[in-house]
Design a binder for this molecule. Structure first.
Ligand code: PSU
Ligand code: MN
Length: 306
């Protein structure tokens, strides 16, 4: 049945069959999160880093309605350039598939497709969350609801302060999603290592984290885990600079009446412009760091499933 919809790249499929480590990667970050050609260059480097750390990368997207688990270089290049790729979250999948369109997958939809293929570890930049002002707008990313139900660990650099980080953590707690700090007691805020919010648990080694995931899923506690891996110090941004850029972008989005699925891409693009490109360099560095930890985690995890 799944073959009707799913194409798994041969190297990914072979790794999965043999119980070798695989790391899922998302594609909204390519098509809506970074400008061309940096997006393509970053996506290809991320795959390389995953390989160097002992796992097989599987970048996920929807192409002509097919759920793709693992993309070729040409397909990554295409996603990075094409203008009519639809940002695809859970609710969009059936339409993109049945109309045979191209879709870039968010954290939520990448988790769904990874789980269909049997992949348990996923690396990205930052997760979506509860937006500032959500008390009025109800703007809460579908990523959080996905984390509540789909068994995939998401390695990220925390959440951007375009979101209300405190409310995002409350929402995750309500939904039983563990938030784990990788080598940190504090939840990182994407561009900065600190957010003023604590994590629930801290782990310092991939092995420890793998054991936690195994225990969670063995016990039937469905859902994901947020692995919050802070940006390396040397790439961290100045707190005041990034805070001002984000605050200005949020005010502008409100004034322009930006809503729904456009909000996150608008804010990401504005923050990048307002920081003169510095935020893009930080963004790339933290994604690389997440790819490395995700690969190490997947290496440890497959040992427990032998
Ligand atoms: N946050 C980032 N970079 C991103 C995204 C979020 O720092 O590229 C993307 C991810 O794909 C995430 C999506 O899943 O935005 C969330 O969008 P929304 O808020 O519309 O659910
Ligand atoms: Mn939203």
């Amino acid at each position: 049945m799944l073959e009707r919809y799913l194409d798994i790249k041969p190297d990914v499929s072979e790794a999965l069959k043999k119980g070798k480590p695989v790391v899922a990667l998302e594609s909204t970050i390519i098509s809506h999160g970074m400008p061309y050609p940096k997006n393509v260059e970053t996506a290809l480097n991320v795959e390389k880093i995953v390989r160097e750390n002992g796992a097989v990368p599987a970048t996920i997207a929807i192409l002509e309605g097919r759920l793709k688990v693992g993309l070729s270089e040409n397909e990554i290049e295409y996603l990075g350039k094409a203008r009519d790729v639809v940002k695809t979250s859970r609710r969009d999948i059936p339409f993109i598939v049945s109309k045979k369109l191209d879709g870039a997958t968010t954290v939520a939809s990448t988790m769904i497709i990874a789980a269909l293929a049997g992949i348990k570890v996923f690396a990205t930049g930052g997760i979506g969350g509860v937006h500032r002002g959500a008390q009025e707008t109800f703007d809460i990313s579908a990523d959080l609801q996905e984390l509540a139900q789909t068994n995939v660990a998401v390695v990220c650099a925390g959440a951007k302060s375009i979101l209300d980080i405190g409310l995002t953590l409350e929402y995750l707690e309500t939904n039983g999603v563990p938030v784990v700090g990788y080598g940190t007691d504090e939840f990182p805020a994407f561009y900065t290592r600190k957010s003023g919010h604590k994590v629930d648990y801290r782990v310092d080694r991939a092995e420890e984290l793998a054991a936690t995931l195994k225990a969670k899923w063995d016990l039937g506690l469905n859902g994901g885990v947020v692995v919050a891996n802070p940006i390396p110090e040397e790439y961290e941004m100045n707190y005041d600079v990034i805070t001002k850029a984000i605050n200005d972008a949020v005010i502008e989005a409100e004034a322009k009446g930006i809503r729904g699925k456009e909000t996150t891409p608008f804010l990401l693009a504005r923050v990048k412009e307002l920081t003169g490109g510095d935020s893009l360099e930080s963004n790339i560095a933290l994604v690389y760091n997440n790819a490395k930890i995700a690969a190490q985690l997947s290496v440890e995890l497959v040992k427990l499933y032998k």
